[in-house]
Design a protein around this ligand. Structure first.
Ligand SMILES: C[S@@+](CC[C@H](N)C(=O)[O-])C[C@H]1O[C@@H](n2cnc3c(N)ncnc32)[C@H](O)[C@@H]1O
Length: 650
């Protein structure tokens, strides 16, 4: 991804880069040497004590995080990547139980499951958490590490004091050579409900009691603002109520769970729960409850940008509660959103004025404009104009699927070392984590994201199990790397370690050109793409991923971040320039930029103008007249502009 704010550059010293590379390669070598070895049993007491001590130290801020690296620009985590493995796609029931003693080093135990319970506090580091876990009887102890991501409801997975099952456990090593069970995909860790005995599922009267108990516990958890717990309790209750066809109770619980899902941002779940809670009777109580359900479902559809669906749901709500002012307001907003979606007639000025750090996500619709995604020559897919577009015209605008501002606490930049191409990159891993979280919460969105380009293809399709949606975190990381953009430092606070980043799914199909015909700008989380010159019907739309005027800097950025060598006309011409010419041009460009920053054109004396003309001429001479006949001479643009203003004033 490219960040807008280039002053946020982070550098690692050569030594630090080497240390990161060596640690990752060493771990890979040691773990592959140990592949297949039997697990060495751990002593429970010292292991648990060690984890408890580490957790205490960490909470007091006294323990160094082994993943942190010192970079020029700040301290930030480093993270090895590039050894992807697929998430488990088998259902829990189809997996065969295994014991701790069956674990083999550097092995994915395909087709197996391991029941665990947490035996120590969690040490929550920047890019991973770890703790000690035991088998159900507490006889065996092992280390368990959870990488970067969280569970379905956004809770720190290991903080829960429940029983878990690890699906197809991966037993490997830490950088220090310590054995550990490692979980990367959130769906590979399933939390078990341990409260309900089998008999309670089978006997109708007992089931009703158990489901009501769960509902009450859910209500109590909601009162305490413990949303994940409330969700879990309602889910348990709902499962029992449905199994025993306790319809009224199931509807009650589903309605309550829809509310929790709304608060948790699980919009798909809100709509399905709210719809399944509908009673549909003509009495007032039924109408009141159904109007509540329609309102919840309508709000969720609105936040997903499903305007037609939202309209339908709020109209149903209005037929049951015609005086509800909030629903009327929603319906008015939906009318505006639908118009924006169809015509692109957004009030950008108003959106900009209403923007603030607290309201950084704008209330606006995505407008796809006169564009379509088609196959592009040598660049995969690209975005194309369906009709002629005039210079300055709005091509499209899109609300971010997911955005993290520098001020969001989840914003996190890490140095990733990719074992596949031996490159160290600055990567907004916080965004990858947020995308995974959003997809787990809203599985209907998974396919759209998986359609985007990424190096690692995984299973190549979306996956799910009876326990819920499956999101391959390695795939999302690679998709994020090749498709995310930086909306710039709109609200301050952005620094090297917390760059603002986001994913705009439709705009992600736009390819790069150093001679673009479109440019992007942002209002909050709305990306706006405008034509910078006339574009003909059928022409591909391009924007510049990297705007560096220096050929080498630009090519290096495009290769490191986006994985391609640009072969546009400008790059082809510049590639033919000798290194000496390119260096001379850069030197003069630097001189021009310093000159422009120092001398204001409005006060320019004749001698100053002569100096500017001399620099401009020097730059001009570095360009071969034939090769650059129809190409912009980018290095001279700032001094040319300065000269234009200064001479027109005289
Ligand atoms: C944001 S995606 C653009 C859409 C992508 N072409 C697709 O098929 O989904 C970025 C990726 O597109 C490809 N790409 C974009 N511009 C390119 C260019 N000028 N030359 C070669 N590949 C390009 C690269 O693989 C890059 O990592």
């Amino acid at each position: 991804m490219s960040l807008q704010n280039h002053s946020n550059t982070i550098f690692l010293t050569e030594q630090e880069s080497e240390r990161i590379r060596a640690a990752a390669k060493n771990r890979v070598r040691k773990s592959s040497e140990a592949k297949g070895n039997e697990r060495v049993p751990r002593e429970a007491t010292p292991s648990v004590k060690e984890a408890t001590g580490a957790s205490l130290m960490h909470d007091m801020g006294g323990a160094p995080d082994p993943d942190m690296t010192q970079a020029q620009g700040g301290t930030l985590p480093s993270l090895p990547i590039g050894q992807p493995y697929p998430p488990c796609t088998a259902s829990l029931d189809d997996l065969i139980p295994m014991r701790f003693s069956d674990l083999r080093m550097e092995t994915h135990h395909i087709g197996k499951k391991l029941a665990i319970k947490r035996a120590s506090p969690v040490v929550g580091l920047a890019v991973r958490s770890w703790c000690m876990v035991q088998d159900e009887e507490g006889k065996e102890t092992e280390r368990l590490e959870f990488g970067l991501h969280k569970m379905r409801h956004g809770d720190e997975v290991l903080e829960l004091t429940k029983l878990f099952v690890v699906k197809e456990p991966y037993f490997t090593m830490t950088d220090d050579g310590e054995a550990t069970i490692r979980i990367d995909h959130p769906s590979d860790l399933v939390s078990l409900t341990d409260e309900i005995a089998d008999s309670e599922f089978k006997d109708p009267a007992a089931a009703e009691k158990a489901a009501t108990r769960c509902k009450n516990k859910g209500n109590a958890a909601l009162k305490d603002q413990d949303l994940p717990e409330a969700y879990a309790k309602y889910s348990e209750g709902l499962k029992i109520a449905k199994l025993q066809s306790l319809q009224d109770l199931a509807k009650d619980i589903a309605r309550n769970r829809a509310y929790i899902s709304l608060l948790l941002g699980q919009m798909d779940g809100v709509i399905s729960d709210a719809k399944s809670s509908l009673i549909g009777k003509n009495e007032q109580r039924s109408k009141d409850l159904d109007s509540k359900a329609y309102f919840r479902a309508g709000s969720a559809a609105y936040s997903l940008g499903q305007w037609q669906e939202a309209k339908k749901l709020f109209e149903e709500q209005q037929s049951l509660a015609p005086d509800d002012k909030d629903a009327k307001t929603y319906l008015k907003r939906i009318t505006i959103r639908m118009r924006e979606q169809d015509t692109g007639t957004h009030n950008f000025t108003k959106l900009r004025v209403n923007l603030s750090k607290a309201r950084s996500r704008v209330d606006a619709a995505t407008f796809l404009g006169p564009t379509e995604v088609k196959k592009s020559v040598d660049m995969g897919r690209g975005l194309f104009a369906k009709r002629n577009i005039s210079a300055g015209e709005l091509i499209m605008c899109e609300k971010a699927f997911c955005v993290l501002w520098g001020h969001d606490k989840e914003a996190m930049t890490a140095m990733t070392y990719d074992l596949r191409d031996d490159r160290i990159r600055v990567s907004p891993v916080g965004l990858s984590k947020a995308i995974v979280q959003k997809l787990i919460s809203n599985p209907a969105q998974i396919d759209k994201v998986l359609d985007l380009y990424g190096d690692y293809q995984g299973a190549g399709k979306s996956l799910s199990t009876p326990e819920g949606a499956v999101v391959d975190v390695f795939r999302i990381h690679d998709i994020m790397s090749r498709n995310a953009f930086g909306p710039g430092n709109q609200f301050g606070e952005e620094g090297a370690r917390n760059a603002s980043t986001g994913l705009w799914i439709y705009a992600a199909y736009i390819n790069h050109s150093c001679l673009p015909n479109a440019k992007k700008e942002y209002i909050g989380d709305l990306m706006i793409v405008r034509a910078t010159r006339n574009i003909s019907a059928g022409e591909e739309i391009f924007h510049a991923y990297d705007g560096s005027s220096d050929y080498d800097t630009r090519q290096a950025a495009l290769m490191t971040t986006w994985g391609f060598e640009c072969k546009c006309a400008l790059c082809k011409a510049e590639k033919k320039d000798s290194l000496e010419v390119r260096r001379k041009r850069e030197e003069l460009r630097g001189e021009a930029d310093t000159f422009v920053a120092r001398e204001h054109w409005a006060n320019a004396k004749r001698l100053t103008i002569v100096k500017a003309q001399r620099i401009s001429k020097g730059i001009e001479e570095t360009y071969n007249a034939d090769r650059y006949k129809y190409l912009p001479k980018m290095a001279g643009s700032s001094i040319q502009e300065w000269l234009g203003k200064a001479t027109s004033r005289r």
